[in-house]
Design a protein around this ligand. Structure first.
Ligand code: BGC
Length: 261
């Protein structure tokens, strides 16, 4: 039987967040815990911070399936890229490293893919047919490409080259903060980015996640696109929810590796 409750941990370029999730409703059963991602984002430091977060949750809620999502290409449990974390992650058997340190089997997945899964299960992509492209606007840009609710993993469309730049370096929320942009100035960059995605994928729906999606009224209406564009229902919690749900589903089927996504 699929577990009804699981722990989701979302490792980001800026913060590590975790919570216990009710998998029937997608509601958080604990407060959302957050610690800053250690400077440099090196493996040993991120592993230590994740262990501390999990210990806190387990002290209160006991042993539950654990899902961890991560800001990198994840294949066969290995991290194959590193944009906003240390390059030492590239090529590491990260899933096994987390399992050794956390002393539990985990489900390990890309953070945007986890968010996409969560929005299909509990949010804005539920029952949506066709091509849905979820983007998370945060330290970087994460993407989840869904077709009739099925995820194509590791799309990494935040790294499209656009006007000679890595797209996320101009259009992520961190670029708005770094360059002190007004909503209107940032929206111009988003316009360029989403128009390009539209050209490439002719999506039926864009979903915008990440912490800044709570301010969607400040920038989504400024965009002029053919495709409807809406905020993620679960905003910045989607990664936690998706990782938790995949962990419960994977473990019930006796699987807990990235391939089971
Ligand atoms: C990473 C992606 C990640 C995204 C959001 C990008 O820089 O390459 O793997 O999904 O940031 O965290």
């Amino acid at each position: 039987m699929t577990a009804r409750t699981a722990i989701g941990i979302d490792i980001g370029g800026t913060g590590i967040k975790g919570a216990v999730v009710d998998l029937g409703t997608g509601a958080l059963l604990s407060d959302r815990r957050k610690v800053p991602t250690p400077a440099g984002g090196r493996p040993a430091d991120i592993l230590d911070a994740t262990v501390r977060m999990l210990e806190g949750l387990r002290e209160e809620f006991g042993a539950l399936p654990v899902g961890v999502c991560f800001p990198a290409v994840v294949k066969g449990g290995h991290t194959l890229s590193a944009a906003n974390i240390s390059e030492e992650w590239i090529g590491l058997p990260a899933e096994s490293l987390f399992e050794e340190r956390l002393q539990v089997p985990i489900h390990f997945v890309n953070d945007a893919d986890a968010a996409g899964h969560a929005e299909v299960r509990f949010g804005a992509a539920k029952d949506r047919e066709g091509v849905v492209l979820l983007t998370t606007l945060g330290t970087g840009i994460g993407t989840a490409l869904l077709y009739n609710g099925v995820l194509v993993p590791n799309t990494e469309l935040g790294h499209l080259e656009l006007d000679g730049h890595d797209a996320e370096s101009r259009a992520a929320y961190s670029a708005k903060e770094r360059d002190d942009l007004s909503w209107a100035d940032w929206a111009e960059r988003l316009q360029r980015y989403y128009s390009h995605l539209e050209l490439l994928f002719s999506p039926d729906l864009f979903i915008v996640g990440g912490g800044v999606s709570k301010n969607h009224a400040d920038f989504l209406p400024l965009l002029d696109l053919k495709t409807p564009i809406i905020p993620a229902v679960h905003r910045n919690n989607a990664g936690i929810l998706g990782a938790a749900d995949l962990a419960a589903a994977g473990l019930s089927a006796g699987r807990h590796t990235a391939q089971s996504l």
